[in-house]
Structure formats: C-alpha cells, structure tokens
Design a protein around this ligand. Structure first.
Ligand code: PRP
Length: 183
C-alpha cells in the first residue's frame, strides 16, 4: 500500500526520511566545526557535482572564513542504484598544490569515488586534504578512506533529494526520501 507523502520516481516508491529542519541543523553543525578547525586558514572547497550542489550551497553560506570554491564532476553510479566502481572525474585540470582542500560530497557510500579523487588530489601535493559529506553509509564502505566531517549516518538503502538522485530524477526535492525494499 502506498504510504502518505510518498513519491514515485521511475519504478520506485520513496518515503520521507530527513526533514528540512534536520538538514538545516546538520549543515550548521558541520559549518561550525569547519569554522573552528580552519580558523585563520583559507580553505579551498572542492564541490563534487552533481550531488553535492545543494549541500555545498547551504554549507558555504555558513562558512565564516576567507575561502575559495571550485567545482569538479565525479560519476560512478551510471543510471542504476549501485555504484559500478568505475569513477570518472572531470574538471580537475587546475593544480591545487599547497592548498587546504575540503572536498564537499553529498554522500559517501562505498568510498570508491572519494578514494579515486583523493589519489588524484594527493599527486598535486595539497597542504591538507579533508572531506565533508552530508550523508555517510559507513557500513557499506569498501575503500579505506577517512571522512573528517560527516553530517548524518544513513542506513544501506537508496536515498534521493537534496542533490541525491535515482537515475537523474529527484535531486531537486528539498527533503531527503528513502526507498526501502519490501519485506
Ligand atoms: C554519488 C555521490 C558520490 C558517490 C558516492 O555520485 O555524489 O560522489 O556517488 O558513492 P561511493 O562512495 O560508492 O563512490 P554519483 O556517481 O551518483 O554522481 P552524481 O553526484 O552526479 O549523482
């Protein structure tokens, strides 16, 4: 039976999971930590498109530091629900050596995307390199990566909204929705 407030995206039903209020509280908490940790420094935020676009827009407007932002694109899921592990990164032509880089991600799942990006960035000798992600599926991790700023832990189910998509649909939703397999 279809639950109240559920939405259909392609062939799946998604139900409300994380509200605007919780998103807002979570963003503010991450921003406060970064503002404190990087006090007196000038970090460069590297926004990983497309998924991180809304989180980055909210987070950066709460950053009280003299900072810069760049955008790159990383793609690993294709049109399905499972990461295919084949990560394509574009837009990283500029040398970021000597910078305090903070990668902004909407979600870290298996960690393959962040691992591939980290390897590329470390070749450029940044001064420091950390990641801020809104959601983490830490239980699904396959790559040995470290994420310093995690907004919320999430269960191993597919989520959409606030930048997250299912086959390119659902990114625009202001709240986060979840698809749980039928029991
Ligand atoms: C999503 C997300 C991360 C990555 C995380 O990107 O934005 O970059 O998957 O998954 P992983 O930890 O298993 O590698 P996606 O490839 O779906 O591209 P998108 O941001 O354009 O949606």
């Amino acid at each position: 039976m279809r639950k109240a407030n559920s939405i259909n995206i392609h062939d799946k039903i998604f139900t409300p999971y994380i509200s605007r209020e919780e998103i807002s509280r979570t963003v503010s908490s991450i921003a406060a930590k970064i503002n404190s940790d990087y006090f007196g420094r000038e970090p460069l935020f590297l926004i990983v498109l497309k998924g991180a676009v809304f989180f980055a827009a909210d987070l950066l407007r709460e950053i009280a530091l003299d900072c810069e932002m760049r955008m790159i694109e990383a793609k690993s899921y294709g049109m399905g629900m499972v990461s295919n592990g084949d990560v394509k990164i574009t837009g990283l032509e500029e040398n970021l050596g000597g910078k305090d880089i903070i990668v902004i991600e909407d979600i870290v799942d298996t960690g393959h995307t962040l691992e591939a990006l980290t390897k590329k960035l470390l070749l450029q000798n940044p001064k420091s390199l950390e990641c801020a992600c809104f959601l983490s599926k830490t239980s699904q991790r396959e790559a040995a990566i470290n994420v310093k700023y995690i907004g919320l832990e999430t269960e191993p189910a597919f989520v959409i909204g606030y930048g997250l998509d299912y086959a390119e649909k659902g990114r625009h939703l202001p709240e986060i929705y979840i698809h749980r397999q039928e029991a």
